[in-house]
Design a protein around this ligand. Sequence first.
Ligand SMILES: [Zn+2]
Length: 171
Amino acid sequence: MPKNFNTIKIYLTDEEKFEDALFEYNFDRDSQIEPIYIYPEGYHEMTDEEIEHDELISQKIYEAEMNDDKKEADRLRELLTPIGPMPIIDIQKTLELIPIEDRQYFIDELDKDSYEEKILLKCLNCDFEEEAPYDIIEECWDSGPYPISYCPHCDKPKFVPVDIYNKKKKK
Ligand SMILES: [Zn+2]
């Protein structure tokens, strides 16, 4: 279906493409290839307590946002455990763990311009907006010139691509 609205394409880094390829490769295999990571300076491994604490805070942030309490949501966000830089997969070293005859698959995947596609949706009823993965939205789009879903904020079937929102609100 031709789209009369824009989506956001985010191109994957080589590391992201490699991790996706490894996930596919490991899927359904008896012996899993464990990736090798580079741990940047300042990397902080979360403890179980911190994970539990952050889950609780995230839940409260979600509730505050649903209540339109932006100030409280911002205050709560400050309480989340600061995450340092994330570990990065070591492509070269991990590739060396893959049997030679299977390596071409990874090299081909790295050559591709793979991207993640997202869409910004906005509610015609309450103005709530949220980004969503486009493949999920597209799957639920049966007919009509653009996808419409239920707004997670006001529950009305008025959640549309932001371009459509802008066109309709201009009239
Ligand atoms: Zn709404």
